[in-house]
Design a protein around this ligand. Structure first.
Ligand code: SAM
Length: 223
């Protein structure tokens, strides 16, 4: 895959992976961009106003939100990259066969095949020059990016919906959010009371305000 040497995407790919992870990859899954609140209006408002060069999507599932964010950057002629962080193993609600969210995760021999579905979707949409996958826990990925000096103007948190996890994700990703940047989280609604509690607690810690654009919670870092 040819891309201009020295692009933001190439530089982030080099820093995180040391190689282009798409090299030799041929999509194995049909396109399936099933997701939740993946194309929320707040994304375009922030991207068009702030014009960030790096966006981080934490909890990407099959890639719907990541691809949408990358497409917005392309449409607004921003030469940047979206880093997509996920264990690609699914959350507890995707594994719990009594949950309404079960049956959506592709498995092979008992192992989730989310990463291949994600990569297939990215390549089928032609977004491989704009998206850098990072298959790790949100904690390890955040610490890695901090060490590598990667910073982002928009960070979307949509991984685990457990209170402690959301709070930890907010704390970790705040450290790599640029001044004036936006932390946006999904599912700030009564179906996910832990998310509401964690976002509110984090705002108290930072003496910041939760700007809700339902079902997203948004907290801006001072410029
Ligand atoms: C609700 S889905 C993300 C949906 C996606 N943003 C969309 O557009 O539809 C949550 C994702 O978070 C991931 N996840 C859960 N806990 C995680 C963790 N601790 N670290 C990284 N990813 C995690 C799961 O594998 C799952 O793919």
């Amino acid at each position: 895959m040819a891309e201009p040497a020295g692009s933001i995407h190439a530089e982030i790919m080099r820093r995180i992976h040391g190689t282009n992870v798409y090299s030799g990859f041929v999509p194995t899954f049909a396109e399936d961009r099933q997701g939740w609140n993946s194309e929320h209006t707040s994304f375009e408002e922030i991207i068009s106003g702030l014009r960030p060069s790096v966006v981080i999507d934490v909890g990407v599932w099959k890639g719907a939100s990541t691809i949408y964010l990358a497409d917005l950057m392309k449409r607004h002629e921003l030469p940047g990259a979206v880093i997509g962080v996920d264990t690609f193993l699914g959350s507890v609600e995707h594994w719990d066969r009594k949950s309404a969210f079960s049956g959506l995760l592709p498995f092979r021999f008992g192992m989730p095949m989310l990463y291949e579905q994600f990569l297939s979707n990215v390549v089928r949409c032609g977004m491989q020059d704009r998206i850098v996958p990072l298959a790790q826990t949100s904690m390890v990925a955040g610490e890695l990016m901090r060490r590598l000096g990667i910073r982002a103007g928009l960070i979307h948190i949509d991984a685990s919906h457990d209170y402690e996890d959301v709070l930890q994700d907010a704390r970790t990703y705040w450290e790599i959010l640029t001044p004036g940047g936006f932390l946006v989280g999904d599912d700030y609604n009564q179906d996910w009371p832990d998310v509401i509690r964690a976002a509110n607690q984090f705002a108290i810690e930072k003496s910041a305000q939760v700007l809700s654009s339902k079902p997203k919670w948004i907290i801006r870092k001072a410029p």
